[in-house]
Write a protein that binds this ligand. Structure first.
Ligand SMILES: Cc1cc2nc3c(=O)[nH]c(=O)nc-3n(C[C@H](O)[C@H](O)[C@H](O)COP(=O)(O)OP(=O)(O)OC[C@H]3O[C@@H](n4cnc5c(N)ncnc54)[C@H](O)[C@@H]3O)c2cc1C
Length: 376
């Protein structure tokens, strides 16, 4: 691909590829494309102080980060090792899953904002041009796209040969192109960040913990700064019945668990804010078309039980970039093949996930019946 006219002043500018979204998927795609010589613009809203959820990086991310040339940077960035997970699932005692002896060694407990920022810096260092602004509108013209970004007053128009949707689960760009995100269920996270306790530093164990309960399951993991993420997972329509949006109830339910409660003994009260987020598997159909591709959660999102979301975001960001480069090089089937691959990845995830949920048979409640396919 060739270089193109660039402008930083908010007026019309053109590029080879416009990537919308600066999470792991958008940064991986922008980085891979820029490294291949494409002229890339990466646009996303300014970062906010809202805490990001998704902080356990599976060991399988290692080879992907290495291929992107950022493994060393991430390794030196103050994230802490994750030696695996424990799960109280299908029985009262915790089962251990160690990653230390796996082919990629331990995973990481991330400072997620720092991790995302490092990927963005790497994409910019590779030549991607960063713009601040949301995608507002997109129009197909012969051989290129015209994309409006930003808010009134800071609006800009960009012209691009290809567009990449990396806007996360809402798939905001792909929707505008006629694609549909298809969620498989209504799994919802009610998550809180327990700030690092003051005073004597706590030496956290370096594993995550999942514990199932009659209305869903809990998840907790330590954060690099001594804080902790704690989340309750259930279906959107069951959140209200379990009163999980109420901080006091959420906290009391965490205290009533058999194992999770032992990981939160350093905290006397719940976090000031709970974040409610859609968390079920989803697949956008189609995930690519002529001149565009969706990557990361915008293409396919996974159940957090698998703790694979960031790995999938990096992998599909890179695969989406490859498909665009192949299409540009004359392989007219590359984007359709990428879309089929996304569907196949999603179906594989659903099969693996069904096996995990079938392993828990202790409750005959709506949450579990739905996952066992017995009713509701
Ligand atoms: C409760 C929960 C817990 C999770 N835990 C884990 C975990 O422990 N480990 C793990 O690997 N994964 C986890 N995940 C999944 C993981 O966080 C996601 O899979 C991952 O963040 C997806 O990356 P992404 O780049 O596709 O999207 P995102 O990280 O969501 O990034 C989307 C980007 O798009 C931008 N954007 C949004 N709208 C627009 C617009 N209109 N125009 C331009 N830009 C836009 C956003 O600002 C952001 O930069 C979890 C998910 C949930 C819901």
């Amino acid at each position: 691909m060739s270089g193109a006219k660039r402008s930083r002043d908010g007026c019309e500018a053109s590029c080879d590829v416009l990537v919308a979204g600066a999470g792991p998927a958008g940064c991986a795609a922008a980085l891979a494309l820029a490294q291949a010589g494409a002229d890339v613009v990466l646009t996303a809203p300014a970062t906010t102080d809202r805490p990001r959820v998704g902080e356990s990086l599976a060991p399988a991310a290692g080879p992907l980060l290495e291929r992107l040339g950022v493994l060393e940077r991430v390794a030196l960035d103050g994230h802490t090792p994750c030696y695996g997970g424990r799960a109280v699932w299908g029985g009262d005692g915790p089962a251990e899953v160690s990653s230390v002896l796996g082919p990629y060694g331990p995973g990481r407990h991330l400072d997620r904002a720092r991790f995302d920022a490092a990927l963005l810096e790497a994409a910019e260092a590779a030549g991607a041009l960063r713009r601040t602004g949301r995608i507002r509108a997109v129009e197909r013209l012969p051989g290129h796209w015209r994309v409006a970004t930003g808010a009134p007053g800071t609006a800009a128009t960009l012209v691009a040969r290809y567009v990449v949707d990396a806007t996360g689960r809402p798939a905001r760009l792909a929707r505008r192109l006629g694609a549909t995100p298809c969620p498989s269920d209504r799994l919802t996270a009610v998550a809180g960040i327990l700030a690092a306790p003051g005073g004597r530093p706590v030496e956290p164990e370096r594993t995550s913990l999942v514990e199932s309960t009659f209305w869903g399951w809990w998840y907790t993991a330590p954060l690099p700064d001594g804080g902790r993420v704690l989340m309750a997972m259930t279906d959107a329509d069951l959140v209200a019945g379990a009163h999980l949006h109420d901080r006091a109830v959420w906290w009391a339910r965490a205290q009533a668990t058999g194992h999770i409660r032992h990981r939160i003994t350093s905290w006397r009260e719940p976090p000031r804010q709970l974040t409610v987020a859609a968390a079920g598997p989803s697949c956008t159909r189609p995930a690519a078309g002529p001149g565009w591709a969706a990557v990361g959660d915008a293409a396919t999102a996974t159940d957090p039980l698998a703790a694979r979301g960031i790995v999938m975001a990096l992998a599909t960001g890179m695969e989406g970039a490859r498909a665009i480069l192949a299409d540009h090089a004359g392989d007219s089937g590359a984007l359709a093949a990428y879309a089929r691959r996304i569907t196949a990845l999603h179906e594989e995830h659903l099969r693996a996930r069904a096996v995990q949920y079938r392993r828990e048979q202790r409750w005959d409640t709506p949450f579990w019946r739905r996952r066992h396919g017995t009713t509701d």
